[in-house]
Design a binder for this molecule. Structure first.
Ligand code: C5P
Length: 232
């Protein structure tokens, strides 16, 4: 199974993201494009970064009725991204619709992964606002299982959950884990964190790293450090 470090390119303009990627010279890191950059620059920025030779995780977290998600995924699939995602809360028929929409005429498609519960949602919020009264780790595992049964490739989860997701859904079910920090780095607003090395040991397949790289004085060195710790 492919393992990699994905850089969360949370920038608000084309100029900023391209200046950032230029620092890497010949290297082509796997890049995550989220809502901020996509809504600022539209599909053109995805095409441009792809044309520069990067793999792309398009992190738009779709959640709507099955037909709408199917059609939206079909459009996103044409951008030739490598990975995209949706909310598992949209349920099985939405996930199946998404897979159909993503599949190109030649049978290929980007990887599709699900967000289970956002890491910003805790037990108290889930019970109070969503009326879900089961333990949150049970909810995350259930959403993972439903996603796997719908045919998805994996989930976004905390690195602390990666091991259990693999135990529940199989080792080939991909875990994409944000919440990564260096042992000697700033934690910021992330609460449940791991170092790249710990994420490797626990079996994460892809780590998503934003500010420890993008806000570093030397982003390329920070990226190399992540790769070394995570890929060994
Ligand atoms: O800067 P930092 O390393 O915290 O960036 C993590 C990235 O992963 C951000 O783009 C954030 O939106 C994303 N993410 C997350 N937690 C999730 C899902 C996505 O931090 N549960």
């Amino acid at each position: 199974m492919a393992k990699d470090v994905i850089i969360a390119c949370d920038f608000d303009s084309k100029e900023k993201v391209l200046n950032f990627l230029d620092l890497f010279k010949g290297r082509k890191p796997f890049v995550k494009i989220g809502m901020e950059l996509y809504y600022a620059e539209g599909p053109a920025i995805v095409k441009e970064i792809k044309a520069r030779g990067h793999k792309i995780f398009l992190d738009l977290k779709l959640h709507d009725i099955p037909n709408t998600v199917k059609k939206a995924m079909s459009v996103l699939s044409r951008l030739d991204v490598d990975m995209c995602n949706l909310h598992a809360a949209g349920a099985t028929s939405m996930m199946k619709g998404a897979l159909e929409g993503l599949t190109r005429a030649d049978g290929t498609r980007p990887m599709l992964i699900a967000v289970t519960q956002l890491t910003s949602t805790d037990q108290e919020t889930m019970e109070r606002d969503l009326l879900i009264e089961k333990p949150i780790d049970q909810v995350v595992m259930h959403y993972s299982k439903v996603s796997a049964d719908a045919g998805l490739d994996g989930v976004v989860c905390s690195p602390l959950e990666a091991e259990k997701v693999h135990a529940t859904c199989g080792k080939d079910f991909v875990t994409v884990t944000p919440g990564i920090r260096f042992a000697d780095g700033e934690v910021g607003d992330q609460k449940r964190i791991m170092t790249p090395e710990q994420a490797r040991k626990i079996g994460s397949d892809y780590i998503v790293v934003g500010r420890p790289i993008t806000a570093s004085a030397d982003p390329v060195a920070a990226y190399e450090r992540c790769v070394k710790e995570f890929l060994g």
